[in-house]
Design a protein around this ligand. Structure first.
Ligand code: PBG
Length: 319
């Protein structure tokens, strides 16, 4: 009877698996703080994505980890950059059977670790980002990712005007069919720690992202950010992280009829893994509880490192 009257169901096809591909490695490298997740080689990534497609997972979100970094994050738009090479591998592997998304940011590619290029004179950069100079770089990344085969580009850098700049750059390059999933309401969270290990990112001087990511004290601000992205052409919007921000998920759900994503981020995943490894909680129960709660709050799709576990252990649907 509980199943009969259940009001929320999680489907494998609702899930987007974040995946990492690293340049210059011969075998997958485990990520210590993200148990069960690895930095892939191009070959192991291809195998993983074909298995995820076979399991019915809805989409993948690709992050590149380059061998070298520089001030402008040029590896992010190099046609031979690791993410672009991997995107074309994936399109060749799964074609249009699965949605291929590319995270669009420079923090994995910059030597200073910020999500934008820094302002200040050459050789003496400050530690604040130059918003508008970064938009130009984001446009180049979007075109490189679409050229390589991404169905969806997903700007995660929280620069003002990024969705409009990316839409214009894509359209000008003829990529009118490439969609934009905007990381619209992204908070300056402590829960991204394991992710930064996954992409080898340290912010210079122990800095933070508070100048461009949102303050966790603010809820209404999220609606302003979401509306700005919609006005600029976002096809889907996102709230990130998920569990501590379910009020935001719910408010954004009420404010838009666009598809809404929530990102169950690295720290949320690793907390489950660590507590379960200690025998303090039941992994499968808590993992399903988290994902169901995120959908109950109003998300249509969930980015989660649990995607493979869900499809293998729970199946195509939770009920
Ligand atoms: C930035 C980016 C981050 C994550 C996704 N994209 C890190 C950050 O903003 O510091 C975090 C994802 C996670 O923690 O799982 N490009």
């Amino acid at each position: 009877m509980r199943r009969l009257v259940a009001q929320t169901t999680v489907h494998a096809s609702d899930l987007i698996a974040p995946l990492f591909v690293r340049e210059g490695i011969d075998a997958p490298v485990p990520i210590n703080s993200l148990p069960g997740v690895v930095q892939h080689t191009r070959d192991s990534l291809r195998a993983e994505v074909s298995q995820l497609a076979g399991l019915g997972v809805g989409a993948v979100m690709l992050f590149g980890v380059p061998a070298t970094k520089d001030a402008t994050g040029s590896g992010a738009f190099d046609p031979d950059g690791i993410a672009q090479l991997a995107l074309s591998d994936l399109r060749a592997e799964v074609g249009d059977d699965m949605v291929i998304m590319a995270d669009l940011c420079v923090d994995e590619y910059t030597d200073h670790g910020h999500c934008g290029i820094l302002d200040g004179p050459a050789g003496h950069p400050s530690t604040s980002v130059d918003n508008d100079a970064t938009l130009e770089v984001y446009g180049r990344i979007a075109v490189a990712q679409a050229d390589a085969g991404a169905h969806v580009v997903a700007p995660s850098g929280m620069m003002d005007g990024q969705v409009g700049a990316i839409r214009a750059a894509l359209d000008a390059a003829g990529h009118t069919g490439t969609a934009i999933l905007a990381y619209s309401a992204k908070y300056a969270s402590g829960l991204y720690g394991p992710f930064r290990d996954a992409v080898d990112c340290q912010i210079v001087g122990g800095g933070d992202r508070k100048a461009y990511q949102q303050d966790w004290s603010n809820a209404r601000e999220a609606l302003v950010e979401v509306q700005a992205d919609i006005d600029q052409g976002a096809d889907m919007v996102m709230v990130k992280p998920a569990l501590a921000y379910l009020d935001i998920v719910s408010a954004v759900r009420a404010a838009t009829n666009l598809p809404l994503a929530a990102y169950h981020v690295s720290g949320e995943y690793s907390m489950i893994k660590a507590a379960a490894a200690n025998g303090w909680i039941d992994h499968d129960v808590v993992a399903l509880e988290h994902l169901t709660a995120i959908k109950r709050a109003g998300a249509d799709v969930i980015l989660t490192y649990l995607a493979r576990w869900f499809a293998e252990t729970i199946g195509p649907a939770s009920r």
